[in-house]
Design a protein around this ligand. Structure first.
Ligand SMILES: [Ca+2]
Length: 326
């Protein structure tokens, strides 16, 4: 026997429960967690000053107020294991694996045009062009990455990371996105964690560069991603380990970005680094690397920036990607 009143009450309770579940499921908080693919972190939109007016490095001056919309960013630098998946899926050959072009380097012999890349040799404490060095053999032919699956991929040129981004359906960060994420909400602070330097916070160089490295942080070269504490946004290695490519073309200062939303930097034709006048167009790289040290090149600060030719990969440049949300 049914009791109409009781059934109606039960239906109301059931309806209310369903409504609550629906509200929870579709609430902004719950959906925000699902906005970013696995391995990425949601960075809330906001305004900040990109660059630094206090910096000794003129390329960081003057700071400009900018706004960035919310976006997702990789929690770590892209690893060897992740890059290997891309190579396996696409058969892509990185620039360091291709011979130098005869048209571009007519004065070199075939042997001199053999595939290779720039390696910083810790034993000699010097940069050297090494035939056979590439993402799979970071220090040359006898240095395969077996056992280093969780290290950041290196020897990736700009063209290589753009190809990876296309495959992953993601994008290179703009400099503004990268710097905003690196600051972790501590806008205006010197370092990603505050104003006091600490060699325990990131994979940097300890000692007198380039004479000696005490390796007090436990690493002479690159370290597995996530070996050091994350910043306030939960992002690892935004300071040190490897430099990271951004999509911006390099230009001294930030005047072109002032008061912009989602600035993308200068056009290619305006890219210029007075320290490298022979280069015509360079991209901004951020974050510094394991070779950065307070006494020599303290470019492991969020405001710091360096230029790099798009066709150049080295032992200390890697990348991470963003997913833009519309
Ligand atoms: Ca880094």
């Amino acid at each position: 026997m049914t009791i109409p009143g009781k059934n109606r009450g039960a239906r109301i309770v059931l309806f209310a429960q369903s409504l609550l579940i629906a509200l929870l499921f579709f609430s902004p908080i719950a959906s925000a967690e699902n906005l970013c693919p696995s391995g990425m972190v949601l960075i809330p939109g906001g305004s900040f000053a990109i660059g630094s007016n206090e910096s000794d490095y003129r390329e960081e001056r003057s700071a400009a107020d900018v706004h960035v919309d919310r976006f997702c960013i990789d929690q770590t630098e892209v690893t060897n294991a992740q890059f290997a998946e891309f190579i396996k899926a696409t058969g892509y050959q990185t620039i360091a694996e291709r011979p130098l072009s005869k048209a571009q380097f007519p004065g070199l012999s075939d042997e001199q045009r053999s595939p290779g890349s720039l390696v910083f040799q810790l034993e000699n404490l010097a940069w050297r062009w090494m035939v056979g060095a590439n993402w799979h053999y970071p220090l040359g032919r006898e240095s395969a990455i077996a056992g280093q699956e969780n290290y950041p991929v290196v020897h990736v040129a700009y063209e290589d990371v753009v190809a990876y981004a296309k495959w992953a359906n993601k994008s290179l960060p703009t400099e503004a996105q990268w710097e905003y994420a690196a600051r972790g909400g501590l806008n205006g602070a010197t370092y990603a964690w505050g104003d006091q330097y600490s060699e325990k916070k990131a994979n940097t160089w300890q000692g007198l560069f380039p004479l000696f490295n005490t390796k007090a942080d436990g690493h002479g070269g690159t370290a597995p991603v996530g070996s050091f504490p994350p910043n306030s946004y939960g992002l690892y290695d935004m300071t040190g380990n490897v430099w990271e490519w951004t999509s911006d073309w390099y230009h001294v200062g930030h005047a072109s970005k002032a008061h912009q939303s989602n600035p993308t930097g200068v056009e290619r034709s305006k890219s210029f680094d007075p320290n490298k006048p022979e280069e015509s167009a360079l991209h901004v790289i951020k974050g510094g690397s394991y070779l950065c040290v307070l006494n020599y090149c303290s470019r492991f600060r969020p405001a710091a920036r360096e230029s790099e030719a798009p066709d150049t990969g080295t032992t200390h440049i890697g990348f991470r990607l963003v997913k833009n949300l519309t």
